[in-house]
Design a protein around this ligand. Structure first.
Ligand SMILES: *[C@@H]1O[C@H](CO)[C@@H](O)[C@H](O)[C@H]1NC(C)=O
Length: 358
């Protein structure tokens, strides 16, 4: 009898774990494949071999690229090389990425940049670059001033906060205020893997300013990219494992009110907002399972989508580019500037394309 009970219990546990594994693989899109969508005028950028995870572009066409991310459980082609911020002039005929030097005193050896966002102070046109950093896999936000004449970043301050334990991305609202996503609830790696495995919806969006820090949205499987509409009224949040873009209205007290959720099939990473059209561009993962369980024989691919009129009843979603990994692996961001498209990746290369009239 005792033996029978044990066998039954073991059977129940195995059935539960088995069901969870099946559900986990489904949620991660383990069997999702897509037909290729090619673009005619593209080439890989020289000098980017180990990631270009996030990109932001100034109105004058200067693009900042966050390169060399080391993220728990994800492939790195240069695990011992510190990360860096690269500058790319999108107005050049043949743009070449240039690493920015960082002012003395900042620990460049442990620099592990992730999401980035620019802020321009209209009073004196100072450009600030806010960077999510993971020195020793912790989470901080570094505030830099961009010194264009010297191709340099001057480090101004490091922000840490208990409400910012696992930051993924941010969107600047001022030189040292921002909305940021936490992509996990737990900091401990076993617990945070379990959190992903069980599909808990415990991640959130935080508003940070030196005066006030608060949670402004929650209930995301894994909150990832975040950005703002050109009219500054709406915040867009990508939930990578929910396959959703959340639209939230910004209130005068910086709280957010949910407006709508656009559900897609893709695993959305960073979001870029075209300042002229308001279109949302995203570098997506075709299959998140292949991103987290890297297999050189079965590569993670890249998918770029554009969402037009997200606030309308029928937003138009276009697959602009799809590749199975033969060219570009693990796209995480797609930005446009003057009919040029720049696609960055979590740990691989970066693709530059000239778009035809659409
Ligand atoms: C990936 O795509 C390329 C180009 O479209 C194709 O030649 C190749 O066979 C594909 N590889 C796999 C594994 O499907």
């Amino acid at each position: 009898m005792g033996k029978l009970l044990k066998i039954t219990l073991v059977g129940i546990v195995l059935a539960f774990v088995g069901e969870r594994i099946v559900r986990f693989r489904e949620r991660m899109g383990a069997t999702r494949t897509l037909d290729p969508v090619e673009l005619p005028n593209c080439h890989l950028l020289e000098g980017i071999e180990a990631g270009s995870e996030d990109i932001d572009i100034l109105p004058n066409g200067l693009a900042f690229i966050s390169a060399g991310l080391k993220y728990p459980g994800i492939k790195s082609f240069a695990p011992d090389k510190p990360g860096e911020i690269l500058l790319l002039d999108m107005t050049d005929k043949n743009p070449v990425p240039v690493p920015l030097t960082i002012s003395p005193g900042f620990d460049v050896d442990s620099f592990n940049p992730h999401g980035i966002s620019t802020y321009i102070d209209r009073k004196d046109d100072t450009v600030y670059l806010l960077v999510v950093n993971h020195p020793q896999f912790k989470s901080t936000v570094e505030v830099f001033k961009f010194v264009e004449e010297e191709n340099a970043l001057e480090h101004l301050k490091t922000i840490r906060h208990d409400l910012l334990p696992r930051i993924n991305d941010l969107v600047a609202m001022g030189p040292d205020s921002f909305y940021a996503t936490n992509d996990h609830y737990f900091t401990n790696s076993i617990m945070s893997n379990l959190e992903m495995f069980l599909g808990l919806r415990w991640t959130n969006v935080i508003y940070y300013s030196p005066k006030e820090v608060k949670e402004v949205a929650t209930d995301f499987c894994m909150a990832n990219g975040i950005n703002v509409s050109p009219d500054n009224k709406y915040i867009y949040v990508a939930d990578i494992f929910g396959n959703d873009i959340h639209v939230l209205r910004k209130n005068p007290d910086w709280s957010l009110t949910p407006v709508k959720v656009l559900h897609l099939e893709s695993f959305l990473d960073n979001l870029f907002v075209d300042p002229t059209t308001g279109d949302i561009w995203s570098g997506c993962h075709i299959n998140a399972f292949k991103l987290f369980f890297y297999d050189p024989e079965d590569l993670p691919g890249s998918e770029v989508i554009r969402v037009q009129n997200i606030l309308s009843e029928k937003p138009i979603v276009t697959q602009v580019y799809v590749n199975n990994g033969s060219v570009l692996q693990g796209s995480s961001v797609a930005c446009v500037y003057d009919k040029k498209l720049l696609v960055g990746t979590v740990f691989h290369r970066a693709l530059y394309c000239e778009l035809e009239d659409q």
